[in-house]
Design a protein around this ligand. Structure first.
Ligand SMILES: O=C(O)CCC(=O)C(=O)O
Ligand SMILES: [Fe+2]
Length: 306
């Protein structure tokens, strides 16, 4: 464009390309009060609605994760010893739903600024934490069939809205032989009419998922968030180490996944939680924690491997 000192031209130029002067201290201007300004809301939205999975490296220290990694085997043993405590997800593979206060890092996890920002950005200011648990693919675990963790509802199929998130936090540094988690980006939008139980795509679609597949190799401290509708699977663990991964389930208001879960807190623990955490819980407050009877089983995964 020609440089001109014509006042009208200058005015129209500035109308076309408004420039935002940097603030004196270079602090980013935050236009979404709930979002921590170090994270970018459009990037979060594009990731969840695009690939269907996003991640943050080094969200927690290795020491913090090591403490969690020490707590999970104790909970796993107890769950295996209790009828219905650990749900089968294929050969040598379980899911265990836990009480938040069973792990020392629960409050750190749900108040992490990235976790909060992702929840508020994608699910809105009234998001609800409905589930916490962990998956353990043990040595000898096989490839799971490609799947969704639950059926897509009309809010996604018709209204094209994603109303829940699953956060994953690995308790170990994942190596290629440990049966990494695999995901097919963008497939949260796939039409499930030919899916078995609305969750398991037919074999004819497997080449699509194989072609798209990304193997995730997170390190201790990394965290991810995904739509549980994005087609994924755990792969075969050829190593001699288990690969425990923490799962936090969060809903938009009314998504209804709380019906499958039973988030419980003792009164003493609950009363110490900050109000801004209590506001985001669908839970029971009990005198004594009761064993969780798991309501959400994935039949197709219990029955076998790929
Ligand atoms: O292996 C994993 O990390 C995920 C397993 C999984 O997708 C499931 O059991 O539903
Ligand atoms: Fe899954």
């Amino acid at each position: 464009m020609t440089v001109t000192n014509d006042a009208k031209a200058a005015a129209s130029m500035s109308a076309e390309a408004p420039s935002t002067p940097p603030t004196a201290d270079q602090t980013p201007i935050n236009a979404t009060p709930y979002a921590d300004p170090q994270y970018d809301v459009p990037t979060i939205m594009a990731g969840i609605y695009g690939d269907g999975i996003i991640g943050l490296k080094g969200a927690f220290s290795r020491e913090w994760v090591a403490r969690l990694a020490g707590e999970l085997p104790v909970l796993y043993e107890a769950a295996l010893a209790r009828p219905g405590g650990a749900v089968g997800r294929g050969t040598n593979r379980h899911y265990v739903e836990i009480h938040p206060e069973d792990i020392s890092g629960f409050l750190d996890l749900v108040t992490h600024p990235w976790v909060r920002t992702v929840c508020e950005s994608v699910l809105g200011p009234d998001y609800k934490i409905v589930e916490i648990g962990f998956d353990v693919p043990n040595p000898g675990a096989k490839d799971q069939p490609w799947h969704r963790d639950f059926r897509a509802g009309d809010e996604t199929l018709v209204d094209r809205r994603l109303n829940s998130l699953a956060f994953n936090l690995t308790a170990v540094d994942v190596e290629p032989d440990m049966g990494p988690f695999e995901i097919a980006p963008g497939t949260q939008w796939d039409d499930p009419s030919a899916f078995d139980h609305g969750m398991f795509p037919p074999v004819s679609l497997f080449p699509r998922y194989q072609a798209l597949a990304q193997r995730k190799m997170p390190k201790m401290g990394d965290i991810s968030a995904r739509s549980a509708l994005t087609i994924h699977r755990g792969t075969a663990n050829h190593s001699d180490k288990p690969r425990p991964v923490l799962v936090l389930g969060v809903d938009a208001p009314g998504a209804g996944h709380d019906e499958w879960h039973d988030l419980q807190f003792t009164r003493a623990y609950y009363e110490r939680l900050p109000q801004e955490v209590k506001d985001h819980l669908i839970c029971r407050v009990v005198d004594e924690l009761e064993p969780i009877v798991q309501g959400h089983t994935i039949e197709g995964l219990m029955m076998g491997d790929a």
